[in-house]
Design a protein around this ligand. Structure first.
Ligand code: FAD
Ligand code: NAG
Ligand code: NAG
Length: 496
């Protein structure tokens, strides 16, 4: 009785849009439902609101610290009742702080206390709680029969945000994106119902989750299929003496021919990494160093370079190398890594020499001549032997398949202080050197939501993140979350 009275009083205040009343109402509702929360101002609160990207810090109305699917469902139900937006936060690595809602005043469902990982000994399917970080997942999988699936390299990244929106790394040319290894999910929908989703159960929800999960629910558990980790992998580098736009265009064109001709073997995974101090190919070959040397020779002949290093590791040894840190990849709560940065991405089909020259000119004339702390990564993403682009474009809501060849990340950070306002035009200009020259149709370039750029309008962002798959996503959004409970500034909008 007392609870009901309290709720009806606050409803009146809510109707008047009183933010303090909303805060009190959400606190009351979570408490009545026995959902654990962070006390405002506590150490846990301060840790849980800390954005990985310090450029974009937001303050939630409350933080539910879920330990079970029931906690998540109750939190979603409270958000709907009180009328606040709700977002799950897994590893918290969103470039746009979308795990914090991408603006103030949301209810955050903090998932990183849910990090249990098991592997079924007969099916080899992994059950992974949605707050697990990649390094922890990789460690447990490897310790259970040397299993693995394909994903990115940073051990602190959350498995949920990463795999629900793509997930590219040094296994992706061989084995595809993290999203392609999801075979099932337990998900709390906007109406707070808990459902299973797979190819055969709720297949349209499954389709939407696989590329656009943040718009459709809160996944609490994943099922991932796994592969047997290769017994040896070889990490290698090739230095590139790229000193002019013309050199960049001709070297890069030679690499593109090698990819398109099908000469890049399936086992090869690599990228060009460029910064103020170095430009090199960095790769991970799934096989021995002898086999790498044979496989890479045709490319070296084409670009006139040589291997600067080639070092064999076991599976986890290679993973810990790419942490660039103390080698500890098994990360769970608490976690406190941050950076202050702006980043942009591109995903493109094959590029003309003109486009490569324009991008290369910007690289040399603008990037190389400033003293900023930037990098560019050109991932060898698609091509004839890539597992990613063999998947049909309509098979998942993640859209970049078929003729896509390159994935780019442009990143600019500061080591201390706040991000300078002139940083934006630096990276915006670099992306313009792509889009001015590689016009094509909408099907020839896009951007990667896992490298979210919150400076874009909602309309533009939805288009460049989802391209051909956007209309179906908007239909499904209208069906499953018509009131946009799972909202952030670049969320998929419901079809009208
Ligand atoms: C240091 C660093 C290295 C990275 N390296 C790579 C890389 O090698 N390859 C690559 O592809 N990407 C990489 N990324 C990008 C990374 O994949 C994305 O930022 C990813 O979305 C982060 O997931 P998260 O769970 O850590 O983030 P969060 O901020 O927790 O979540 C990101 C988004 O997913 C949503 N979400 C979180 N949990 C759930 C859930 N359970 N159900 C539904 N939606 C959910 C959030 O609401 C938010 O919208 C890197 C990022 C960083 C910061
Ligand atoms: C919630 O939505 C799902 C999917 O549309 C539906 O199957 C389920 O019946 C709904 N639950 C309630 C309680 O309305
Ligand atoms: C994708 O398109 C093909 C061919 O049009 C069709 O047969 C298939 O059912 C579609 N798949 C999905 C998941 O929509």
């Amino acid at each position: 009785m007392r609870l009901q009275l309290a709720l009806s009083v606050t409803s009146a205040a809510l109707a008047a849009g009183n933010p303090l009343a909303k805060r009190a109402a959400i606190d009351d509702c979570l408490k009545a439902a026995n959902v654990p929360v962070d006390t405002k101002g506590s150490t846990d609160w301060n840790n849980d609101i800390r954005a990985f990207n310090q450029r974009l810090q937001y303050t939630p109305v409350a933080i539910a610290v879920a330990r079970t699917t029931e906690h998540v469902a109750a939190a979603v139900s409270c958000a709907a009742k009180v009328g606040v937006k709700v977002n799950p936060k897994s590893g918290g690595h969103s470039y746009a702080s979308f795990g914090l809602g991408g603006e103030n005043g949301h209810l955050i469902v903090q998932l990183d206390r849910m990090s249990k990982v098991t592997v079924d000994s007969s099916t080899k399917i992994a059950t992974v709680e949605a707050g697990s970080r990649l390094g922890h997942v990789a460690t447990v999988l490897y310790n259970n029969g040397k299993r693995a699936f394909s994903h990115g390299t940073c051990p602190g990244v959350g498995v949920a945000g990463h795999s629900l929106h793509g997930g590219f790394g040094f296994s992706s040319h061989t084995h595809g994106l993290a999203v392609d290894w999801i075979v099932g999910a337990t998900v709390v929908l906007a109406n707070s119902t808990v459902v299973e989703a797979s190819e055969t159960v709720n297949p349209d929800i499954f389709w939407a989750l696989k590329g656009s999960g943040s718009n459709f629910g809160i996944v609490t558990h994943f099922k991932f299929k796994t592969f047997e980790a290769p017994s040896q992998v070889t990490k290698f580098d090739i230095n590139l003496n790229w000193g002019s736009g013309q050199q960049i265009a001709s070297g890069w064109q030679a690499m593109q021919e090698w990819v398109l001709a099908g000469s890049m073997p399936k086992e090869m995974n690599m990228r060009v990494f460029g910064s103020g101090s170095q430009t090199q190919i960095q790769g991970l070959y799934h096989g021995s160093s002898n086999n790498l040397r044979t496989a890479i020779q045709p490319l070296l002949s084409k670009i006139g370079g040589s291997l600067a290093s080639a070092q064999q590791y076991d599976w986890m040894g290679a993973f810990s190398y790419y942490t660039y840190g103390n080698g500890n990849v098994d990360l769970t709560h608490p976690y406190s890594q941050t950076e202050t940065f702006y980043s942009k991405s591109m995903v493109t089909t094959a590029l003309s020499s003109n486009t490569m020259k324009a991008v290369g000119d910007y690289w040399i004339n603008q990037a190389k001549r400033n003293s900023r702390n930037w990098f560019i990564i050109i991932d060898f993403y698609g091509g004839k032997n890539s597992a990613i682009t063999k998947v049909p474009t309509n098979a998942t809501s993640y859209p970049y398949r078929d003729q896509y060849v390159w994935l780019f990340e442009l990143y600019d950070r500061v080591n201390s202080g706040s991000y300078p306002s002139n940083g934006f035009s630096f990276l915006d200009g670099w992306v313009k050197s792509f889009t001015d020259n590689h016009r094509g149709t909408n099907d020839e370039w896009g951007m990667y939501i896992n490298y979210a750029d919150p400076t874009m309008s909602r309309t533009e962002a939805q288009n460049v993140y989802f391209r051909k798959n956007l209309p179906k996503l908007q239909q499904l959004k209208a069906q499953y979350d018509p009131t946009e409970l799972f909202y952030y500034p670049q969320a998929v909008s419901p079809a009208t």
